[in-house]
Design a protein around this ligand. Structure first.
Ligand code: 0RA
Length: 661
């Protein structure tokens, strides 16, 4: 990497700081837990940029017991010399002037995180205090900032320097250490989530080959999980191996494609499994693009074309055969695609799609050339043939599925004949208000049918365990009666034929027992939605109903408890002489109880299902649903509880009490 001389003069100055506290949402999107983590990502991204541009080899992130977070990199050290026009040290500019930073003149850093790049000053503005230690030229410098109340106006001014830049002494270290305490008057919740941070750092370590990222959570007492080190010398190839944990690869080798065209760098790692689903994870400047965009389009076009050409050239496709579809070549494919782009434009509702049109032809050219080389290589002929053979089979299955799907569409046009006797529909006309309960077992289904409010609650009982969709082709899923009922009931169609507009229920609620079997059924249903109706989850329509585990009763007074902690509270509240009932299953509750505890909107607890991190969910569904037992058992024992508190929907009554909508 170029060793130009960097001075504070390189930093462009655009505007002042105050605005950030007035409208934090404008800068970090939200003041929820997500926004809080955004602060940390901002500082982490800067450190990773320093490393990925070749100036640092290590990044350490620490969550401290006082609630602060710190990020260290062993890079060049932020500039401490005086800014030519502002007359203050470079670090001070970086942390007090909005939009300061080399990121705006693209000279110092070739590529940097586009979405998070709001600037370190935003982090300072939203922190109680922030300190930066710079180790540079054998000297240890420090500057600290904090919120201060103006003695005259009594206004809180955040991010003010506590004093001038200090010189603390000599050091042999090199780099930058930033530590900050998020302001609890701004954020709803100021606790960093161990797993959220850990996951993101692991992802960054995969995406930035070789960088050693150390994560320490000093708040944890368990020495095993306190310190985690992420370093992957195989980069995205290691990422693909990780994503395929629990899957069976078709071939051992991972196809690795890499190239640069103009300013665009593109890398892809691809491995086929014997499964049927497509898992393509794309990134731009280290930021996930779950909605795809021009880089994905370019990749897919090149990949499909190269493989079709290969199939023809080698007689696997005959003259009379039509080309295979892109999706046929992506069945069972796991791919990580990462692109570096200058000035990325993120589009779409969640800014999850890359808009830059110049990226498509560049990626297409890089992948075409690289993939052609790979296919031409003699040692890859077996793998190439296996890929084409698999795609041909996928095309046949797709045709079979299309026929079945058409049949289902015709069936639902005939007033959902196959549903008679199963679905108890509701009378309400407003789809948004209507709820579909998918209930485990006929007996619980019966109670639910009797206990419900039929004006807006529909019940679909499921008999036995549904088909495990992870291991099945779409046409097999479609010929399964339980799933057909579900698809017909929802009204949306499935997979390519899915249209959210036709959804008949605002909430789709999975109701299964709080035991192993129940969890399994829930996982199968979630996998089904995840694979074939992803937007149902993305748009927040899927919920998990939470039946209580205990009923504590004394005379007329009844308290339901949903876990052991609540049970403790309940028994204390109700006093001596209570009776305790433990529910083993939904089927043990009578209709009134089921209504009261699990279905009544004013009392029940629902958990909204979200796809925070598609890569994680994908890996989890494979581990939980795939055919390898080992990773599944390991996962379940490690993470017995994957209900994230963020996702709880409070009962209406409680919500009103807490002043929510
Ligand atoms: C030299 C010049 C500039 C910044 C840095 C070094 C630098 C920034 C960070 C952020 C985290 N660690 C760092 N280490 C070094 C200013 C010009 C620019 O922002 O590109």
């Amino acid at each position: 990497m170029a060793s130009q001389s960097y001075t504070a003069g390189n930093i462009q100055v655009l505007e002042g700081l105050e605005a950030v506290r007035m409208r934090p949402g404008m800068y970090i999107g939200t003041t929820s837990s997500r926004g809080l983590h955004h602060l940390l990502w901002e500082i982490v991204d800067n450190a990773i940029d320093e490393a990925s541009n070749g100036f640092a080899s290590e990044v350490s992130v620490t969550l401290h017991r006082d609630g602060s977070a710190s990020v260290f990199d062993n890079g060049r050290g932020m500039p401490v010399d005086t800014h030519p026009t502002l007359g203050i040290p470079g670090v001070e500019v970086i942390f007090t002037v909005l939009h300061a930073g080399g990121k705006f003149n693209n000279e110092n850093y070739a590529y940097s995180g586009g979405l998070h790049g709001v600037g370190a000053s935003v982090v300072n503005a939203l922190s109680r205090w922030l300190t930066v230690d710079v180790f540079l030229n054998w000297t240890h410098y420090r500057m600290s900032f904090s919120s201060q109340t103006d003695p005259v106006t009594q206004k809180i001014e955040a991010g003010k320097p506590d004093g001038p830049l200090q010189t603390l002494g000599n050091t042999r270290k090199r780099g930058t250490l930033v530590r900050f305490l998020p302001d609890d008057t701004i954020f709803e919740d100021v606790r960093f989530q161990t797993e959220t941070v850990s996951r993101r750092l692991q992802e960054l370590a995969y995406l930035n080959r070789g960088i050693k990222i150390t994560f320490t959570d000093e708040r944890l007492s368990d020495p095993e999980s306190r310190v985690r080190v992420f370093q992957f010398d195989g980069g995205i190839q290691d990422y693909v191996t990780y994503l395929n944990t629990g899957k069976t690869p078709l071939r051992e080798d991972i196809i690795y494609l890499e190239g640069q065209k103009d300013d665009i760098i593109c890398k892809a790692a691809v491995q086929y499994t014997d499964g049927y689903t497509e898992s393509l994870f794309s990134y731009v400047n280290n930021i996930n693009t779950p909605e795809g965009g021009s880089h994905e389009t370019g990749f897919k076009a090149a990949f499909t074309k190269c493989l079709n050409d290969y199939a023809r050239k080698n007689g696997l496709l005959k003259e009379k055969d039509s080309n295979l579809a892109g999706e046929d070549f992506r069945e069972g494919l796991t791919c990580v695609l990462t692109t570096m782009v200058k000035n990325p434009q993120f589009e779409g509702q969640t800014k999850g799609r890359l808009g830059n049109s110049e990226v498509r032809p560049a990626v297409e050219a890089i992948i075409s050339q690289q993939m052609t080389d790979w296919l031409d290589n003699l040692k890859n002929q077996d793998s190439a043939t296996a890929i084409v053979t698999k795609a041909i089979r996928a095309a046949q299955a797709r045709e079979a599925a299309r026929k079945t799907r058409d049949n289902i569409r015709k069936a639902s046009a005939l007033e959902a004949a196959p549903l008679v006797g199963k679905l108890a529909s509701c009378t309400g006309r407003k789809w948004e208000d209507n709820e579909l309960f998918i209930v485990e077992g006929d007996s619980a289904g019966g109670s639910a049918k009797q206990g419900r409010d039929r004006r807006f609650q529909a019940i679909l009982p499921l008999r036995g365990k549904p088909l495990n969709v992870e291991k099945k082709h779409l046409d097999q899923v479609l010929s399964n009666e339980e799933f057909r009922s579900l698809i017909t009931a929802l009204g949306t169609g499935i997979d390519e034929g899915f249209t959210l507009n036709n959804l008949k229920y605002g909430k789709v609620i999975i109701l299964s027992d709080a035991d192993q079997d129940g969890a399994h059924i829930r996982a199968i249903l979630l996998t089904f939605f995840f694979r074939y109706m992803k937007d149902l989850i993305n748009q927040g329509h899927v919920y998990i109903g939470m039946p209580p585990l205990y009923k504590v009763q004394k005379g007329q007074k009844v308290i339901y408890a949903y876990d052991d902690k609540e049970l403790g509270k309940a028994t204390k509240a109700i006093g001596k002489g209570y009776t305790l009932q433990r529910y083993k299953g939904l089927g043990e509750m009578n209709p009134e109880q089921l209504w009261e505890t699990t279905m009544d909107p004013s009392q029940r607890k629902l958990m909204r299902v979200s796809i925070e991190d598609a890569a994680l969910v994908d890996r989890l569904t494979t581990i939980l649903m795939g055919d390898k037992v080992e990773p599944r058992r390991d996962y379940i024992t490690e993470h017995a509880d994957f209900n994230k508190p963020d996702n709880f929907e409070l009962p209406d009554a409680q919500r009103a009490a807490e002043g929510g909508v």
